[in-house]
Design a protein around this ligand. Structure first.
Ligand SMILES: NC(=O)c1ccc[n+]([C@@H]2O[C@H](COP(=O)([O-])OP(=O)(O)OC[C@H]3O[C@@H](n4cnc5c(N)ncnc54)[C@H](OP(=O)(O)O)[C@@H]3O)[C@@H](O)[C@H]2O)c1
Length: 257
């Protein structure tokens, strides 16, 4: 088997990006299209979905943007059923849905905790199983979960977010172990800091400055800098890569003092 640059192509692949309506997910969706894939997106906000669908070149005849609350297992089941009925097998699933709250753990309410863990972990678990079951039956597929620096170390004022992302690291490796024989690869991308709707307003200026200071490259990432990692993990170029986490963090996690 010889290496070929065409291994990086996503031509002929149907991809679904949950959380494709903004930020990192939107950028990955646009990148997948650039790599030749058929790109579908899901999220809750209709208007945001339609705006990205417009960029992706969606037409009225073929729906490419699906409204779904990923915290609900039945909504995910409906999403998997509908998407595959309308577009055939999903070859690549990206779980990019997420939320956070930056506040002391002592002040975090039960409702806030549940929302963070349900959005960031429960939804990823059940999106993986809903789509993974179909991939296993067909004998192949690639799932990419967007984790975080917070899957690797503790974070003051983000304990629930951190718990959810450690959980994403755990299920990514567990599903990789469980489904490898079936040809289903499950990997994660751990982004460093990228300014998006998730953190632009929530992060105080001093926390942003600290994020830049602690990063080996002394800056935040630009969204297009994440796309190559996602295309690689989705593609045949990564056909023997499973259970991995690709850090795209400017060297953040590699830096001591
Ligand atoms: N930005 C960073 O520095 C950074 C760093 C590390 C990891 N991450 C992770 O990257 C992922 C994307 O975050 P982002 O920075 O791109 O923020 P973002 O722009 O706020 O994107 C979050 C996405 O998740 C979707 N979403 C949220 N709750 C949902 C739900 N219940 N059901 C379906 N979709 C839902 C949102 O769409 P709707 O609101 O329309 O539902 C939106 O598309 C998250 O998992 C985040 O933890 C981000």
């Amino acid at each position: 088997m010889a290496f070929n640059m065409s291994d990086f192509s996503l031509a002929g692949r149907t991809t679904l990006v949950i959380g494709g309506s903004s930020g990192i997910g939107r950028e990955i969706a646009l990148g997948f299209r650039e790599a030749g894939a058929t790109v579908l997106i899901a999220g809750r906000r209709r208007e945001a979905l339609d705006a990205v669908a417009g960029k992706l070149g969606g037409s009225a005849s073929a729906r490419i943007a699906y409204s779904a609350d990923a915290r609900s297992v039945s909504a995910l089941a409906t999403l998997a059923e509908t998407v595959e009925a309308e577009h055939g097998p999903v070859h690549v699933l990206v779980n990019c849905q997420g939320t956070t709250a930056i506040k002391p753990a002592l002040d975090l309410s039960e409702a806030e905790y549940d929302n963070i863990v349900d959005t960031n972990l429960k939804s990823v678990f059940f999106a993986c199983t809903q789509f993974g079951r179909r991939m296993c039956e067909r004998g192949g597929g690639s799932i990419i979960n967007i984790s975080s620096l917070a899957a690797h170390t503790g974070w003051a004022n983000a304990a629930a977010y951190c718990a959810s992302k450690f959980g994403v690291a755990g299920i990514t490796q567990s599903f990789a172990a469980e489904w490898g024989e079936k040809g289903v690869r499950v990997n994660a991308i751990a982004p460093g800091f990228f300014l998006t709707d998730l953190n632009r307003e929530r992060m105080p200026e001093e926390r942003k400055a600290e994020a830049r200071r602690r990063c080996a490259m002394k800056r935040m990432g630009e969204l297009p800098e994440l796309v190559g990692a996602a295309v690689y993990l989705a593609s045949d170029a990564a056909r023997f890569v499973s259970g991995a986490t690709l850090r795209v963090d400017g060297g953040y996690l590699s830096s001591g003092i």
